[in-house]
Structure formats: C-alpha cells, structure tokens
Design a protein around this ligand. Structure first.
Ligand code: NAD
Ligand code: UPG
Length: 434
C-alpha cells in the first residue's frame, strides 16, 4: 500500500521505516528540512536502537520524505503523527495537529478518490471527530464518510525499544467509524502482524474508544509506577528492600512483573503529558480525578526524596554533585520531562554545582532546557572525579559497570535512583526505595 505519514519524529520515523520494512511504500511529510534530508540520505533523524540500519536500508527508496503535502495525493492513507503538547492547564494543545489538518485538506482538494486519514497522535476523544476531521473536510472541500474517511490508530511504542515494540506489539488498536477506514487500516497492519514473532490481537473499535484505550493504558502504567514508588518509600522507611517485595508481587498474574521498578519516577513525552490531559479532561466534565492527581503528586515527590537522601550524607551547599544520566530512560537521547531536570534544579537551589554525564542526551538537554545549569562530562569517570556525591537518574547499562571510578570521588556517596549501581565496601550507597 502507498502510505503517507505526516510528522516524522519519534513515532512518525519509527512507524515509517517499520511499515517500509513490512513491504509498504511510505512517504514522510515533515516541515523540518533537516529531518526530511536525513531520511532521504538514509540517516535516522533521532537516536533509537535499530533505527539507523532500517533508515539506511529503506531511506530514499521505499521510504521517502518531503516537505510537500501534495505527496499525500499519491497515497491511499495518511497517518498523522504530530506533536500534541500540553496547555498550561494540562489539556491538549491541538494547534499543531490543526495546522497540519488544514495543509492536508488543502492538498487533498486535488485528489479524486476517497482518502483515509488516521490520527496516531494521542488526543482526547472528541478532538478528532469534532475538530480535526471537519477541518480536513472543509479544506479539501470534501464530505466525511464519502471523500474523507477518518480513523484513529493510537501508538503504544516505547522510546528506547520503539522498533521492536512496533514490530511485535502487544496489540494493534484500530479506531474507525467507516468501513473503508477500518479496511485500509487493517491492510496497513496485515504484513506487520504476519511478520511478528507471535500472534498479535487486532482490536477494532470506534475512533473515540481507540483514543481512550491509549490514555487509559498510559494512566494505568504511570499509576503502577507511582504506586510502587510510594510502596517503595514506605518499604525503605521500614528497612525493607522494595525490589524483593516487587519481585514476589509480580509473580501474581493479576499484578504482573513489568513496570514495578521503583525509583526517581517517570518522565518522557507521554506519561506526564497524557496523565495531565486525562486529569484535565475529567475536570472539564465535572469529575474530580483524585487517583490520577495522587499519581502525579507521588511522581513529583521522588526527585525531592533523592535530594533529601543526599542531604543526609553531605552538605549540598558548595558541593559538586555528579548526575549520571539525563535521558528520561535508557536507549534514547530524549530528555522531555526527564527527572534529571528537577534533580539538577534541586541541587542548584541548595547551592551545589552539577557535573552531568549522559552518553547521548547532553545536546537534547541543552536545547530543551537552556536554563538548567550543569557542566557536561565526557565520561562517567570524569563526572565522578572529585565529586562530593553522585545521583543516578537514568539506568544506562554502562553505569552498572562502574566500580573504581567511585574511588576518585571526594566523598564516595551514591544515591541510586534506578537500582543500577552495585553496593560495595568503601562506597556510601543509598537506594531510593531499598
Ligand atoms: N514519543 C513516543 O514514544 C510516543 C509514543 C506513542 C504516541 N506518541 C504520540 O505521538 C505524537 C507524536 O509524538 P512524537 O514523540 O513522535 O513527536 P515529535 O515531536 O518527536 O515529532 C513530531 C514531528 O512533527 C513535525 N511537525 C510539526 N508540525 C508539523 C506540520 N505542521 N506538518 C508536518 N510536520 C510537522 C516536527 O517537525 C517533528 O519532526 C504525540 O501525540 C505523542 O503523544 C508518542
Ligand atoms: O518500572 C518502571 C517502568 C518505567 N519507569 C519510567 O517510566 C517512564 C516511561 O517509560 P516507558 O514507558 O518505558 O517509556 P515511554 O517511551 O515513555 O513509553 C510510554 O509512553 C508511550 C507514549 O505514549 C507509550 O506508547 C508506551 O506504551 C508507554 O510505555 C521512564 O521515565 C521510565 O524510567 C519506571 O520508573 N519504572
């Protein structure tokens, strides 16, 4: 099938190469010429495992990129993978999606056959049906259900394992209010599910339900981590290792072992934004989302917990503190809502200096958070050399191998926010929840 994808960031690029790999011809449309040039040159515009080799295999060939929306007319279906950031009150800002909808509609005005458009961006139910679809139809001068067929197709990939998640998903969710939208979306995923290394359930539902499945899934996972974080803090107060507790809890099928790693909390482009959007959506309809409010609050408290533990061992005022990890999770250069921000700011507010190390995320951190002050180190050893304390924020594998590097610290105090460092003699080690 000929597929166009508008927006070529973490989702748009990953989905595009994976669909090309499944045999489709894919065109990415993006306003960023650097992104477009990279893809056409066979280079991945973002850091993501396995993405480089796939983009170099298909980029400029079965996968093309362009800044021109007209390219969508040569395709059967368009996926919209545009950012949906938060407004100040946590609700979704759909303005980028709306601008793209207008450009898409203008382009589709020149297309003769019916076109299917599926929104992959995460948006609250109603936005697609009441705002995006009518705007596309108006610009295209077409009728919904006749010339323009709308669907939603939420994406569940995780950064750091995006390619594998897309190729071997736990489920595919297709939201469609017309049979043409449903049939074409099913055809998009047929070769993907055939290639997968296990049976993949394909859930077909309405456009609104599909989007709520996405929000509810993220809210559930964020809640699971916040709950284990709160249980973990209580465990530590009683001298109990929360990881031992979580391991045994996870053996209960009803609980499940995944997303039970307690620590400095969740970040990223999705859990914070999507939880806030659901809270705002609830309030908008007069519902007081007490559980989700608490989920958010527990997450906000974890970095503070880490700083309090550090202050139990050193005077942060005037100290040099090594921060290990800036990415919101390992395997990505993405620092959106990384816990490193409140951690570094907390050290600075207490009068300390920060020397930070991350294998890939320093540039992203500098661009996104120019006011967050830290000195970048070239290696973990350089960050630790002469430091009065260390805070582990991201569970990069390379941190697990650190050992004698801690001996070069002025005072070898490590507060581990991700349970990645080995305890040993000569190291003052504190786990956040163990
Ligand atoms: N990042 C994830 O892991 C993930 C996973 C599932 C769902 N989502 C959702 O998918 C959506 C996209 O997220 P992302 O992380 O891929 O975003 P992103 O910021 O990484 O990428 C968005 C891309 O859209 C482009 N763009 C912006 N305006 C445009 C326009 N008018 N026309 C064409 N291109 C335009 C940007 O240049 C950028 O390349 C969001 O709604 C997000 O919540 C993200
Ligand atoms: O046991 C755990 C698991 C995760 N995290 C943290 O939670 C955050 C999110 O991690 P993860 O879910 O692995 O990465 P994301 O790329 O943010 O993926 C989430 O958000 C995406 C965007 O909506 C969804 O597509 C995915 O299904 C959903 O897992 C990170 O800061 C992790 O460090 C923990 O603290 N403990």
């Amino acid at each position: 099938m000929d597929i166009s994808i508008v927006g070529s960031g973490y989702v748009g690029t990953t989905v595009a190469v994976c669909l090309a790999d499944a045999g489709h011809r894919v065109t990415n449309v993006d306003i960023d010429t650097a992104v477009v040039d990279a893809i056409n040159a066979g280079e991945a515009p973002i850091h993501e495992p396995d993405l480089d080799s796939l983009v170099s295999q298909y980029g400029g060939d079965r996968l093309k990129a362009t800044t021109e929306y007209d390219a969508v007319c040569e395709t059967d279906l368009t996926l919209l993978a545009l950012p949906t950031p938060s407004n100040d009150d946590g609700s979704i800002d759909s303005s980028i999606l709306e601008a793209a909808a207008k450009s898409l509609g203008d382009a589709l005005a020149d297309k003769d056959d019916p076109h299917v458009i599926a929104v992959k961006s995460t948006v609250i139910p109603g936005i697609v049906e009441e705002t995006i679809a009518p705007q596309i139809a108006a610009a295209a001068d077409g009728a919904i259900g006749e010339d323009i067929h709308i669907g939603t197709n939420p994406e569940f990939l995780r950064e750091g394992s995006a390619v594998d998640d897309f190729q071997n998903p736990d489920r595919v969710v297709i939201g469609a209010d017309s049979s043409l939208a449903r049939e074409r979306l099913e055809a998009v995923y047929e070769p993907v599910t055939e290639q997968a290394d296990r049976e993949i359930p394909v859930v077909t539902t309405g456009t609104r339900e599909a989007m709520m499945i996405k929000y509810a899934s993220n809210a559930f996972l964020a809640s699971k981590v916040s709950l284990i974080n709160e249980l973990g803090v209580i465990c530590k107060a009683y001298g109990v290792d929360s990881y031992e507790v979580a391991e045994a809890m996870g053996l209960d099928d009803r609980i499940g072992e995944r997303f039970l790693r307690s620590g400095v909390g969740w970040g990223g482009s999705c859990f914070p934004k999507d939880t806030d959007a659901l809270i705002a959506a609830g309030r908008e309809r007069g519902i007081d989302p007490v559980v989700l409010d608490a989920v958010r609050e527990r997450n906000d408290r974890q970095p503070e917990q880490m700083l309090e533990l550090l202050a139990d061992h050193i005077d942060i005022d005037g100290a040099t503190v090594a921060v290990l990890g800036l990415a919101f999770k390992p395997g990505t250069d993405d620092t959106r809502n990384t816990r490193a921000v409140p951690v570094i700011e907390g050290v600075r507010e207490r009068g300390g200096e920060v020397v930070a190390y991350d294998p890939v995320a320093v540039e992203d951190m500098r661009e996104r958070y120019p006011s967050v002050e830290f000195e970048a180190a070239a290696s973990p050893a350089d960050a630790l050399d002469g430091a009065d304390g260390a805070l582990v924020v991201t569970d990069w594998d390379e941190f697990a191998a650190l050992d004698e590097e801690f001996d070069a610290m002025e005072t070898p105090v490590v507060i581990d926010g991700r349970r990645i460092i080995a305890r040993r003699d000569g190291l003052t080690y504190e786990g956040l929840t163990w």
